[in-house]
Design a binder for this molecule. Structure first.
Ligand code: PGA
Length: 238
């Protein structure tokens, strides 16, 4: 396998500052592994807004890229409570989740809002990771940009681990969806998969032809599990 791979943890609305420090302490033991593989493996964590700066400072010795979980559909201005792409860019954020299925479902985010967020992120040099459960959810607006400027994440909502369980998708199923989407789009884009990725499933997921990354929720919260995912990825590459 010589493809590049994006591994992005999504902490969602979890963690305290103390827990972050503990996580960073544990992941620091894998600094060499991260550094030795940084030429093909990009590791990132999507941190809750209030902790972005703290996480950035805590990981400055580590090759871990800063991501955010959301971005405003508006630029800087009179938009109370919003966090603009420019603010995220100033913090050094490189990727941002947009249209994650939890936000579409629980917060009613519309396709129009999602398209605006994508544009804001790209305008500020941040790569949106666009969550889509179906081909129809892939926003048309991506055609206005170079495929290098965004990532599409296939994330079947029912496969995302939550308190009511999850329904794992087989790697054949993921592979079929990936080739179906790429065929319909008729262009090469970076496609990643999200939904109950674990240290056990990552090796198989990483070998799926058209999948060039994985988003990890629950298994990113625990540093040893997340390190287990990194180790499995590196081992399957060897
Ligand atoms: P999970 O979350 O790994 O906990 O299933 C994945 C996601 O939300 O993308």
């Amino acid at each position: 396998m010589d493809k590049k791979f994006l591994l992005v943890g999504n902490w969602k609305a979890n963690k305290s500052i103390l827990e972050i420090d503990d996580w960073v302490r544990k992941i620091s033991e894998f600094r060499k592994l991260l550094q030795d593989n940084a030429h093909w493996l990009t590791v990132s964590i999507a941190v809750p807004f209030p902790f972005l700066l703290h996480f950035k400072k805590a990981t400055q010795e580590l090759p871990i890229v800063l991501s955010a979980q959301d971005v405003s559909a508006f630029p800087n201005g009179s938009y109370t409570g919003e966090v603009s792409a420019r603010m995220l860019s100033e913090l050094g954020v490189k990727f941002v989740f947009v249209g994650h299925s939890e936000r579409r479902k629980l917060l009613g985010e519309s396709p129009t809002l999602i398209e605006k967020k994508i544009t804001q992120a790209i305008d500020q040099g941040i790569t949106p990771i666009i969550g889509c459960q179906t081909f129809e959810e892939i926003p048309n607006t991506i055609r206005n940009f170079s495929p290098k400027q965004y990532v599409v994440m296939y994330e079947p909502f029912e496969a995302i681990s939550n308190d009511s369980g999850f329904h794992p998708i087989t790697s054949e199923g993921i592979g079929q969806t990936a080739s179906d989407w790429l065929g319909k789009l008729n262009m090469q884009i970076q496609l990643i998969y999200g939904g109950s990725v674990s240290p056990d499933s990552i090796s198989e997921i990483s070998t799926i032809t058209n999948i060039q990354g994985a988003a990890v929720g629950r298994s990113s919260l625990d540093a040893s599990q997340f390190a287990g995912i990194i180790r499995s990825l590196v081992a399957s590459r060897a």
